[in-house]
Design a protein around this ligand. Structure first.
Ligand code: FES
Ligand SMILES: [Fe+2]
Length: 385
């Protein structure tokens, strides 16, 4: 973000703090509990959000050299991502074109040829079918060039490899990547994620709808209560702000230390030193920007009530934020993040269990939970569109 925006965000929060008020939406809103439990709704979200929109599948450092590959699940589909001989990134359905065996089982590795474990159809890292035993005899009239792996759109940008389908079983689901991040591109470039490295990570399956897990990060109403024995005391009570950028969002969650800026020269103000900045890149990629590092939260919905969450701590490789900090420092930070988010995710599971019981018909979002309302409105629009 530019300097003017950074100062304006600080000014806004300091003003709210000084008048003991919150960042308020116009009205209370409601969201049907069914949106968190219905399998029809889940199928629609998979098709229109997770299988149609750019999904941050990997950090660039996870494909470090030509021949690097890894696999991911995106929107319930198996995906293979490769870096080919020319250094370009490619994404394919990780499914053999013969009878549909999962082509690659290894989570990651380095090679340029992928041989199917069933009958050894062999594909290049650029997707072409380059070998198939007894092909001419068994498949007369078929052409190998028509049997390449199914290619998906793939873009290396902002430090991540983004994947989204070029097709969805005949339906055109083309998304213009540049337009998709319009308005946030300069913020994302400025984070310098491409130059960072993965310092620690962990994955877990949570028994909660993916939206509940996203929503847990974009309001500060719960901080002093749910996080009272971890980070709660370091953050302002029920104070946060947000802005939307199309379907995306940037939320700012100020620490109590922000107040000390009123006694410091304006030139020295740095938002990251006194607030967490949370980007929610639609639908569910979250970048939690902290003082000296970034936590990338990737969710892969498994069902209406289950989500796989991957937490990755990205650490700077050089510069003031890296100085004097060793691996132990980043691991410690990762642990604190994990412990705090575990508190959120455990509550998310509790919310999910009640939602499934049919006890309430709606979630209520208060005026200071406007970010949750906006997030759900963006989902509605995308599902309708
Ligand atoms: S299913 Fe892959 S070679 Fe037969
Ligand atoms: Fe939280």
């Amino acid at each position: 973000m530019d300097r003017e925006t950074e100062l304006a965000l600080i000014d806004e929060l300091l003003a709210l703090k000084s008048t003991k008020s919150a960042f308020l939406d116009d009205a209370v809103s409601k969201n049907p509990v069914e949106h968190y439990t219905s399998s029809e709704r889940f199928a629609l979200e998979q098709a229109k959000l997770f299988r149609s929109l750019p999904n941050a599948a990997a950090h660039v450092s996870e494909l470090p050299e030509n021949g690097s590959f890894l696999r991911r699940d995106i929107g319930g589909r198996p995906i293979l991502i490769t870096r080919d001989k020319s250094g370009g990134v490619n994404a394919f359905l990780n499914v053999c074109r013969h009878r549909g065996t999962r082509l690659v089982d290894d989570e990651r590795g380095c090679k340029h040829r992928f041989s199917c474990p069933y009958h050894a159809w062999t594909y290049a890292s650029t997707g072409e079918l380059i070998g198939a035993p007894h092909f001419d005899e068994g498949f007369p009239g078929l052409d190998k060039s028509d049997l390449a792996l199914t290619r998906l759109n793939c873009e290396e940008r902002f430090g991540f490899v983004w994947v989204w389908p070029a097709y969805d079983h005949g339906a055109d689901s083309e998304t213009d990547f540049g337009a998709y991040f319009d308005g946030l591109a300069s913020d994302l470039e400025a984070l310098g994620v491409a130059e960072m490295s993965i310092a620690a990570e962990n994955s877990d399956v949570r028994r909660a709808n993916w939206k509940t897990l996203v929503e847990g990060g974009i309001e500060a109403y719960h901080f002093r209560i749910a996080h009272r024995s971890t980070i709660g005391p370091h953050f302002e009570d029920n104070l946060s702000s947000y802005r939307t950028f199309g379907t995306h969002m940037r939320a700012v969650l100020p620490r109590t230390s922000m107040q000390t800026l009123t006694e410091q020269a304006r030139d020295s103000w740095r938002l990251r030193d006194h607030a967490n900045v949370l980007y929610t890149l639609f639908p569910s990629c979250q970048l939690l920007v902290m003082q000296d590092h970034i936590v990338w939260i990737r969710s892969e919905p498994l069902s209406a009530g289950e989500t796989e969450i991957r937490l990755v701590t990205l650490a700077p490789a050089s510069g003031a934020d890296a100085e004097g900090k060793d691996q132990a420092h980043w691991k410690r930070n990762h642990q604190i993040t994990t412990m705090t988010l575990d508190e959120d995710f455990a509550i998310g599971e509790s919310v999910q269990a009640s939602a499934s019981s049919g006890a309430n018909t709606h979630m209520l979002f208060g005026r200071f939970e406007g970010a949750l309302h906006q997030f759900n409105r963006a989902i509605e629009r995308a599902l309708d569109g």
